[in-house]
Write a protein that binds this ligand. Structure first.
Ligand SMILES: [Zn+2]
Length: 456
């Protein structure tokens, strides 16, 4: 969008890929003369505020109802002392800390919200914008903006919204209509987020040395000279490195994530992909494959240094579940299960069956458990499997807890019990053993694999 604005404002010709993907950055780093900081910040804030009010008016919100206290703006600046060693690294780290401290105290206090609350967000006062529904100013603007932009060719947001379409979740789940509840119809919500982005931005996960980024001929000529010993040092964060991290993340979302969802996602839709964040709604088939491909693309683009990884939450939900609620839950699964319980670089899958409680499976990418889980999903595709599989396996619990039991003995127990559920493949019995043991004897894990394999 920034490119589009530059093209329009200065008649530049920057190439814009996938303008429909929502990827709006809300954090910027820039360098400017110290005496221009306040002026620049005021101007940025003023321009955003002006544009926000203009968009509301464009959505037919009356002047007296306009919301001018929705966004909070925080900024921090530090002086770059060119004399000091590591001057950019230290100044940047200090600015980050200052910004975090600033955010604790909001720059604007929102006006108190009186009377009836908005039925969509439940936060702001509802006003009667149209006859059918009372909404707050924010929700009314969000609801009306796409249509307004679709018809306004001169607007920068026109290209973002012109072909916008959001598939109904019942359609994604393969139901015939919203009312179709004769069968259990499910779809997947995928939420992903880069692990420890702060460390990446602060240069802690950068693996490259200076000799990796100079021309091989230069390295050959100067590499062994003592005055160039810094060639062997780990590369430090500079504005250039920051700018290239930003470029690579852009490449990741606009080129790779968009392409993966487009190629494998069927009727699915990428809702947003900005920086290291991804949200998509997908049909169940290929949902796991898409998640894995995105995780691989992240490392392909940003490198394979230790600490560079992305975690995922994949929620398998019924099409009648309220979307707002399941997206909130996806955030919880991502933070609490994939990032904390499974210690990042992980995928956490939650099956939300309409009847019965939630079932969770989580493991780290590149783990044996993940390979086993994938094998199980493949195995279950198009197969009839006894509905009592989880129950039959759970009967093994006391035997599995016997002191001194070996892995081989555990696998034998699974092999025996799987036969009772009609699974005679010994390798699959071993895989089911692996995934049940992965999350503290979780006998529901095969059920989730069955579900992803298309067995309801
Ligand atoms: Zn609202």
């Amino acid at each position: 969008m920034v490119y589009e604005w530059l093209n329009k404002k200065y008649e530049w010709n920057l190439e814009i890929s996938n303008p429909q993907i929502a990827s709006f950055p809300n954090k910027f780093v820039f360098i400017c003369p110290p005496n221009k900081v306040k002026e620049t910040m005021k101007s940025i804030e003023g321009n955003i505020q002006k544009e926000w009010l203009r968009l509301q008016e464009l959505c037919d919100i009356k002047k007296e109802n306009l919301s001018d206290d929705y966004f909070n703006y925080s900024w921090a600046s530090t002086k770059l002392n060119r004399e000091a060693e590591n001057f950019y690294v230290d100044a940047h780290a200090l600015a980050q800390k200052l910004l975090a401290a600033c955010k604790l105290k909001p720059s604007k206090i929102r006006k108190s919200q009186n009377g009836e609350k908005c039925p969509l967000c439940g936060e702001y006062s509802a006003k009667e914008f149209d006859k059918e529904e009372k909404l707050c100013v924010i929700c009314a603007t969000k609801r009306r903006l796409p249509e307004k932009m679709m018809n306004a060719k001169a607007e920068i947001l026109h290209s973002t919204f012109k072909d916008i379409g959001f598939p109904d979740t019942y359609f994604l789940a393969g139901a015939k209509s919203k009312e179709d509840s004769t069968q259990n119809k499910y779809y997947a919500i995928l939420l992903m987020d880069g692990d420890k982005m702060g460390d990446l931005i602060n240069g802690e996960t950068i693996d490259a040395k200076y000799c990796d980024v100079v021309h091989p001929k230069i390295k050959e000529k100067f590499g062994n000279k003592t005055q160039y010993s810094f060639f062997k040092d780990k590369r430090k964060i500079t504005p250039d490195v920051h700018s290239s991290i930003s470029d690579y993340l852009n490449k990741f979302t606009r080129e790779r994530v968009a392409k993966i969802v487009e190629t494998l996602g069927g009727k699915g839709k990428l809702v947003y992909a900005g920086g290291d964040d991804v949200l998509a709604i997908l049909p169940l088939e290929n949902a796991l494959e898409i998640t894995e491909q995105i995780s691989k693309a992240y490392n392909d683009i940003l490198g394979y240094a230790p600490g560079i990884s992305i975690s995922a939450a994949l929620l398998l939900v019924h099409h009648k579940e309220p979307l707002r609620e399941v997206i909130r839950e996806a955030h919880e699964v991502l933070e609490e299960i994939a990032k904390i319980k499974s210690k990042r670089n992980s995928v956490a899958i939650r099956l939300k069956k309409r009847s019965g409680g939630d079932r969770d499976f989580y493991c780290r990418w590149n783990s044996e458990e993940y390979k086993s889980f994938k094998n199980a999903v493949e195995y279950f595709k198009g197969k009839e499997v006894s509905s009592s599989l989880a129950y039959n396996l759970s009967k093994l619990k006391p035997a599995l807890n016997v002191d001194g039991i070996t892995q081989e003995q555990k696998e034998k127990l699974f092999e025996y019990e799987c036969k009772h559920s009609g699974i005679t493949d010994k390798n699959i019995a071993k895989d089911l053993c692996n995934i049940c043991l992965a999350c503290d004897l979780n006998f529901e894990a095969p059920i989730i694999a069955k579900f992803l394999g298309g067995v309801k």
